[in-house]
Design a protein around this ligand. Structure first.
Ligand code: SAM
Length: 315
């Protein structure tokens, strides 16, 4: 008996919504969501709240979107790992650590320093590291790091995490009534840890930063574009074609679509500090990297839906 019942009305319902004129899609999505909930859709699981076996996050990192992103990161990281001594790496936002399971060889040796506000992440990541790699876990948010507190490392990975930091910099945050560091200040602290080494950033290509206020129809349209037209469709393609998935995984991918893609549109209406997602489109990410005095060495898309990009940066 699968632990995640399927949602058979989801895929046909979503494809029907996306066939409508764009202006009609938000309301039609709300109707679809109500219909799925009335049909007994399971309890939501918030993004980045559980990471273990059977969680939606576990299903997320097994999706083709994330597998492709990790594959691209692996190609880069395997090149920069030192061959004559143990490595020293830093990751901001670790999730379930699946990246490291996919990237590090069994005989790897080194230290992975990880900054993440969720304590469970430490257990998840540790369980996926080879025996010769130790985890130096620093609980907390990247923007709360004390200056100079990060070790010198060979490379920094900041994958699908920087969008949780609101505002391009302190000055932009102040304009919107927020205090403390923004993305550029976080990137500068990573550059200090990387010395001349590589900083690898993965992010979605969609502008929904704090300059778009809650309730702005443009914000809702942008979130719909990334979370539904790209992310949800990619996951439903996995549901339809992935021969390695069982019914439980398919059921969890469907719930990711419902709870993390369709319901995510609610964030377009919440007060600014609660939005939790402050993405930039590719030209704006590039401008941000310049503002943080980082050189862009390479930029590649990591999926065929135009959702995620990999940026390789050097101080
Ligand atoms: C979507 S996951 C990305 C996981 C992994 N890097 C990957 O690419 O598969 C985001 C991670 O960032 C963490 N996170 C959220 N806000 C953060 C912040 N402000 N600073 C550091 N980590 C944060 C979450 O707890 C979660 O582990």
């Amino acid at each position: 008996m699968p632990s995640s019942p399927r949602l058979p009305a989801l895929a046909p319902g979503l494809h029907a919504v996306l066939a409508l004129p764009r202006a009609d899609q938000p309301e039609a999505l709300r109707d679809l969501r109500r219909a799925l909930q009335a049909a007994g859709a399971p309890t939501p699981e918030a993004w980045n709240s559980r990471f273990g076996t059977g969680s939606l996050f576990d299903a997320w990192t097994r999706s083709s979107l994330v597998e492709g992103l990790h594959r691209a990161n692996g190609e880069v990281l395997r090149e920069v790992l030192p061959r004559d001594r143990p490595f020293r790496l830093l990751e901001i936002g670790g999730g379930d650590g699946r990246l490291w399971e996919r990237v590090l060889p069994e005989d790897a040796e080194g230290v992975l320093t990880m900054v993440d506000p969720v304590p469970e992440v430490a257990d998840q990541v540790r369980a996926r590291l080879p025996r010769g790699v130790s985890l130096d876990f620093r609980p907390g948010r990247a923007e709360a790091l004390a200056p100079g507190s990060l070790p010198d490392v060979d490379a920094v990975v900041c994958s699908l995490t920087l969008h949780h930091v609101a505002g391009r910099d302190m000055a932009e945050r102040r304009v919107h009534g927020l205090l403390g560091p923004g993305k550029a200040e976080v990137l500068r602290s990573l550059a200090a840890a990387a010395k001349g080494g590589l900083i690898l950033v993965n992010e979605a290509d969609v502008h929904c930063e704090i300059d778009l206020p809650p309730g702005d129809p443009v914000l809702e349209e942008r979130m719909l574009d990334s979370y539904v037209r790209r992310c949800a469709l990619a996951l439903l393609d996995d549901v339809a074609v992935r021969a390695d998935a069982d019914d439980d995984l398919r059921g969890r991918w469907e719930r990711v679509v419902l709870h993390w893609c369709i319901e995510q549109l609610d964030l377009a209406a919440v007060p600014l500090p609660d939005r939790d997602v402050y993405e930039l489109d590719a030209p704006r990410w590039r401008a941000l990297f310049r503002r943080a005095d980082l050189s862009l060495v390479r930029e590649v898309p990591t999926d065929r839906y135009g959702l995620f990009r990999q940026y390789l940066l050097r101080p």
